[in-house]
Design a protein. Structure first.
Length: 88
């Protein structure tokens, strides 16, 4: 029997290719993930992006009525990590 709830339930993760709903090339997204500048989960050699991250970015764009800059978000995450490493 097919579980229809699973068919209609929103995904928990997207593959990097599916995360391209952001309309960006996968290469910069992979680079940001490898640089730990974009949230992802690594399963062996495969990365998946939490759907909540994409959903939150969309919600932020709608709420603010402005652009969500992934490059800026990635840069901010890098700075936060560096400050944390330095103990600030």
């Amino acid at each position: 029997m097919v579980d229809t709830e699973k068919l209609t339930k929103a995904p928990t993760f997207y593959t990097v290719r599916e995360a391209q709903v952001l309309w960006c090339d996968s290469a910069p997204l992979y680079r940001a993930i490898r640089d730990e500048a974009f949230p992802a989960v690594r399963i062996r050699s495969r990365y998946v992006v939490p759907a909540k991250v994409i959903d939150q970015m969309i919600a932020d764009a709608i709420e603010t009525g402005s652009m969500v800059d992934v490059a800026k978000m990635a840069a901010e995450r890098r700075v936060e990590r560096q400050l944390k490493r330095l103990g600030h």
